[in-house]
Write a protein of this length. Structure first.
Lengths: 497, 502
């Protein structure tokens, strides 16, 4: 059965469609794998065994009736616990939502179900997607399958770890400041933050509404593209959803060719704080792209240095408002309601017990930044920086097709190392945040292991908004060339669990 | 409050100049809520008209109701406002259990409509211009019912029930600029403004604007300043004043209360006040200093609204006849003096008269009965004219019977009184009470003969040409017939019998 879990999503779908294996067998193989390794990895907060098997059965029945199956029918998927799933617990990694069973499916959940994708369960994450290590989950940290004592990135560490541990060939993440790409980078998997508005946010529990974007994660560029195509597209339930055709990402991934493309290297993403082995693999990637026929140019985006402070004003500000609804009145945790206390006291006690330290920190930060008298200096200024960053991107994309950088300055750090140092933790998102602020598209894919620690390094590719296909074109080319060079996918070098 | 004696209204005005600001919330009559597809129908089972969005469930998102935006623009245009070329929603962050998201999706510094005015007519027929600061879109909250307390307020309650059916119903908040210079007429201006606004909203057909159903709610902000001073005094905000009469009373009470506090050298606290229907007083609510901080910021879940100019112009061209214009037209059509028209307006008789005309009566008759018998009943019972238990169709039927000579005015009044008393349709009342005019010529002839015989001296005067004296004989005939004769016919008969040309 090992064979089944190591297959790509594309191969698995083909095998199911041809009748080589049943969707139920595939689902069972992955459920068995979860059973075998998840005590160590802790990628899943909830495994929906019955739901997964019944979805798989439905695919098998459809096939038996001779109905046409979609390109991902029967393929198992790990869903970040930030998307609502009707009848299946959704916690967002927080105690405050413990026990909540959503009465509705997110649009993304509906699309996955409609595509015949088999949702195995909900994956671990930093509470309310606030973090870069998954250590902020109220349900314990997730281990990085490359080294279980290290972080799998965050906030979508559960989804990335599930891919790297062969618990699922597909996963869903959300990326507010790098929460798809940074976990992808440190686990040697692929993750894409689509253009803001490409994937519906309806049913995505909001952290920072103007930055949050759901996206696909997988072990290969093509699988990521197939999932991208399944979840993207206009949704009338999300006012910020883009009403335009989804770029041809699958075609671009298959094409995987960069000859004649102009690729910009962002000058500002280097220097102090960047691990030597990360820069080495990144520079090799630049050379590789040149060899593959791309023209490499250096690009300067001076405002990017302001991205991190701007992000840590905008995201907490929106979060402070988005999280105000968790008041113990209507759903989720309720603490201290013993008949003697006022509603206000019950709310206070519930929030005290239900929110973790990082969530509280950001709510307080955001509340402060939005206060009258401070708004202009903080939130207002941050929005201006956002405009400057967008202009830097516009200027850069006037001369190049895509930009590249390391995804994150370092490889996976040990669990606990940065837990008490928020500033050090925030630096993990240095290279990823500008794309969230500008709303464009970006991918992370593996580009090797850092020589000093043998841990995966991620290459980030950034494309203009609505040009998500360029990510897959470049990513497909890099992946093919590197797999040729190594003779196998990078993940095969990960130690057995 | 009531134990302290307030200075008189006249004394208050002798020392101070009132400044008012009026904030009116109008619930739009859209079929669905402002940001989701739930029904807005009133009276449904609690929490039956809710969905993830209006319950503020995690992950839910708003989508703007296009009809809500259209209604807001219509209101803005009718209030002579500028319509924003580009505006956004904003989050107003504050905590309350009946607000599902703990922020209200509203508008802040970018309202859809701004800088307008509404001319209102006062009872003496003069016009007062109320300047409009802004009209903006927002959503209503749910409704809390506090159970177990004596007052229905949260204080002293054992528990509260929450109904989110109202949460997310579209609201337009219309805010005036400070209303200055109204002097002693400030309360009247406030009432006239809200009345005019209500007529306007109804004419636009964007809401029924029923104050008794909470579809239109008014906050009266008021401050006093000593005569001659330019700087405004500290204001109080009397919330949810929900009838026209209450708006006037609340303003009046606050003028007296402020004056009382200021006269004693005290300071007015900036606070909300509750209005009490029973005695017209207000009591303190929560303190509202300027430090109250809603942490507004642009709503990131909604895209900006940029109403196309040609659409706005299309809406402007499609506006219905506005109440002021309509009133002038009706006054002309009905041939009324300014004073008579004002009486009709003050009595709230325009619509009943129009409906009665539509049922076949002429304007003069329709006005006569509504402004006469029916209005008297309304005054006596302290109720609105439109609420009287008589329909325009019934009034029209009575007017028709008078025109046919089957009723005279005296009988008609009796019929109206009987209908108001719940005795049924006019024809049934006439039948049951035997109120028909005596038109039997022989019976009437006998009565006329008797009257002439009994009043020989008067009859002689008439024969001598003093025709005006005929009234006394008509009166005598009416007396014998117990009023059930047609006075005009009686007069003709008498003159004929006496051989006099009318």
């Amino acid at each position: 059965m090992t064979e089944l879990i190591k297959r790509t999503a594309a191969d698995t779908a083909a095998a199911i469609a041809s009748g080589e294996v049943s969707a139920v067998e595939v689902a069972q193989a992955h459920l068995d794998r979860i059973d075998a390794v998840d005590k160590k990895v802790n990628a899943f907060l909830h495994v929906d065994t019955e739901g997964a098997l019944s979805a798989a059965r439905a695919v098998d029945e459809k096939r038996a009736k001779g109905e046409k199956l979609g390109p991902l029918a029967g393929v198992p998927l790990a869903l970040k616990d930030v998307f609502t799933t009707k009848g299946v617990p959704t916690t967002c990694g927080s105690k405050i939502l413990e026990g909540w069973i959503p009465p509705y499916d997110a649009t993304l959940t509906t699309r996955l179900k409609d595509a015949g994708v088999v949702i195995l369960g909900k994956t671990n994450m930093d509470e309310f997607a606030m973090g870069s290590s998954t250590e902020n989950s109220a349900y314990g940290p997730t281990g990085n399958p490359w080294d279980l004592s290290r972080i799998p990135g965050g906030s979508g560490g559960g989804s990335a770890a599930a891919l790297a541990a062969y618990q699922a060939p597909l996963a869903i993440g959300t990326d507010t400041g790098g929460s798809i790409r940074q976990p992808g980078a440190v686990t040697g998997t692929v993750g894409v933050k689509p253009t803001y508005g490409a994937v519906s946010r309806y049913g995505l529990i909001a952290f920072s509404s103007s930055l949050d974007q759901g996206g696909p994660c997988a072990r290969t560029v093509l699988d990521t593209a197939l999932l991208h195509e399944a979840i993207a597209g206009y949704d009338p339930l999300d006012s910020t959803s883009i009403n335009a055709p989804v770029p041809a990402v699958v075609e671009a991934a298959k094409r995987g060719e960069v000859r004649g493309m102009r690729i910009g290297v962002v000058k500002e993403f280097a220097g102090e704080g960047y691990q030597a082995g990360v820069m080495q693999r990144f520079n090799e990637s630049v050379e590789l792209l040149r060899e593959l026929g791309a023209e490499i140019v250096e690009v300067s985006c001076p405002s990017f240095t302001l991205a991190l402070p701007a992000y840590y004003l905008i995201a907490p500000s929106e979060a402070s408002s988005n999280l105000a609804r968790f008041d113990a009145m209507r759903y989720g945790l309720r603490v201290g309601d013993d008949g003697t206390r006022s509603a206000e006291d019950v709310t206070a006690l519930t929030r005290e017990a239900g929110f973790g330290a990082e969530v509280k920190r950001r709510i307080i930060l955001g509340t402060y930044a939005l206060s009258s008298g401070y708004y202009d200096a903080y939130y207002g200024s941050a929005q201006k920086v956002r405009t400057l960053i967008s202009r830097d991107f516009d200027a850069a994309f006037a001369g190049v097709d895509v930009l590249i950088s390391p995804t994150t300055p370092t490889t996976a750090f040990p669990i606990g190392e940065r837990a008490d140092d928020p500033m050090a933790m925030y630096l993990a998102d240095l290279c990823t945040i500008p794309s969230n602020l500008a709303g464009n598209a970006a991918m992370s894919l593996p580009c090797g292991l850092a020589p000093e620690d043998n841990l995966p390094v991620g290459l980030q590719i950034i494309a203009p908004a609505m040009a998500d296909d360029r990510l897959y074109r470049v990513g497909g080319a890099v992946e093919a060339a590197l797999n040729d060079k190594w003779g196998h996918p990078l993940l095969e070098e990960a130690p057995a669990l | 409050m009531s134990v302290i004696s307030l200075v008189s209204y006249e004394d208050a005005l002798a020392s101070y100049d009132p400044v008012m600001g009026l904030e009116v919330h109008v619930e739009l009559g859209t079929k669905t809520k402002m940001f989701c597809g739930c029904s807005t129908e009133l009276g449904a089972e609690p929490n039956s008209q809710t969905c993830p969005t209006c319950l503020g469930l995690p992950g839910s998102l708003p989508v703007v109701n296009a009809i809500g935006v259209e209604s807001a623009i219509k209101i803005g245009l009718a209030l002579n406002c500028e319509i924003a070329e580009w505006c956004r929603f904003a989050r107003k962050n504050y905590f309350y259990p009946d607000m599902p998201k703990n922020f209200q999706t509203s508008q802040y510094d970018e309202p859809i409509a701004f800088n307008g005015y509404l001319d209102v007519q006062l009872e003496d027929g003069s016009t007062f211009r109320v300047e409009i600061e802004r009209a903006h879109m927002e959503e209503d909250t749910g409704k809390s019912s506090h159970i177990g307390g004596a007052t229905g307020r949260i204080h002293g309650a054992s528990h509260s029930l929450l109904d989110y059916n109202r949460a997310g119903i579209p609201l337009i908040e219309i805010v005036t600029k400070p209303i200055e210079g109204a002097g002693e007429r400030a309360p009247e201006v406030a009432k006239a403004y809200v009345a005019e606004l209500r007529e306007l909203i109804k004419a636009l057909d964007v809401s029924e604007a029923r104050m008794d159903k909470g579809q239109m709610r008014c906050d009266v902000n008021l401050s006093l300043r000593p005569h001659g001073r330019e700087k405004f005094g500290t204001r109080s905000e009397t919330k949810n004043v929900n009838s026209l009469r209450s708006v006037e009373r609340a303003a009046r009470f606050e003028i007296r209360r402020h004056a009382t506090v200021l006269d004693e050298g005290g300071t007015i606290i900036q606070e909300t006040r509750h209005f009490h229907e029973e005695d017209g007083s207000t009591t303190a609510g929560r303190i509202k200093d300027n430090a109250e901080d809603y942490r507004y910021f642009p709503e990131p879940d909604l895209v900006p609204i940029a109403p196309a100019r040609d659409w706005v112009e299309e809406l402007r061209a499609g506006l219905p006849e506005l109440p002021r214009v309509r009133r002038a037209r009706l006054q002309g059509e009905w041939g009324l003096s300014d004073k008579d028209m004002q009486s009709v307006l003050n009595a709230g008789a325009v619509q009943p008269i129009l409906d009665t005309i539509a049922a076949g009566t002429n304007a003069e008759q329709a006005r006569k009965w509504w402004m006469g018998e029916v209005a008297r009943n309304a005054n006596e019972t302290g109720t609105e004219l439109s609420e009287q238990p008589i329909t325009p169709a019934q009034v029209a039927r009575i007017a028709a019977l008078v025109a046919e000579g089957k009723l005279n005015d005296k009988l008609a009044k009796q019929v109206i009184a009987a209908v108001l008393a719940g005795e049924g349709e006019p024809d049934a009342v006439i039948e049951a009470r035997g109120l028909a005019v005596v038109s039997d010529d022989s019976a009437l002839g006998a009565a006329v003969d008797q009257a002439i015989a009994e009043n020989g001296a008067i009859a002689d005067k008439i024969r001598d040409g003093k025709i005006a004296a005929v009234g006394a004989l008509v009166g005598a005939v009416m007396k014998t017939t117990r009023g059930q004769a047609d006075a005009a016919k009686v007069k003709d008969l008498i003159l004929a019998k006496l051989g006099v040309e009318a």
